[in-house]
Design a protein around this ligand. Structure first.
Ligand SMILES: O=C(O)C[C@H]1C=CC(=O)O1
Length: 96
């Protein structure tokens, strides 16, 4: 199942820079592992924002919830999820 996930990061300004850097490094490693596995299919920065638009390819809602809630930045993000299905006019083979 494909999902579009939008994540907006809102770290508290009071968080020490060292702690923020550590969380971001852990998040990067976790997201890159998921990208290599194929579960996190696309990751795009929203220009001008500390936000991303991502496409996840997971078994079901429960797996998406598990992946997202384990993101190290999860407590500091606003997240919206939209389920996707194949567009009838798509010419791409990997859209479903
Ligand atoms: O920077 C972000 O958009 C938040 C998050 C998503 C992947 C990652 O490495 O950090």
């Amino acid at each position: 199942m494909l999902f579009q996930v939008e994540m907006t990061v809102k770290l508290p300004p009071s968080m020490p820079a060292e702690q923020a850097a550590e969380i971001k490094a852990t998040e990067k490693a976790y997201s890159q592992e998921l990208q290599r596995s194929g579960k996190w299919r696309h990751l795009w920065r929203v220009a001008g924002s500390y936000a991303n638009v991502s496409i996840f390819d997971v078994e079901d809602n429960a797996e998406l919830q598990e992946i997202i809630s384990n993101l190290p930045l999860f407590p500091y993000m606003e997240i919206s999820v939209k389920p996707l299905c194949r567009h009838p006019s798509s010419i791409r083979e990997d859209d479903s």
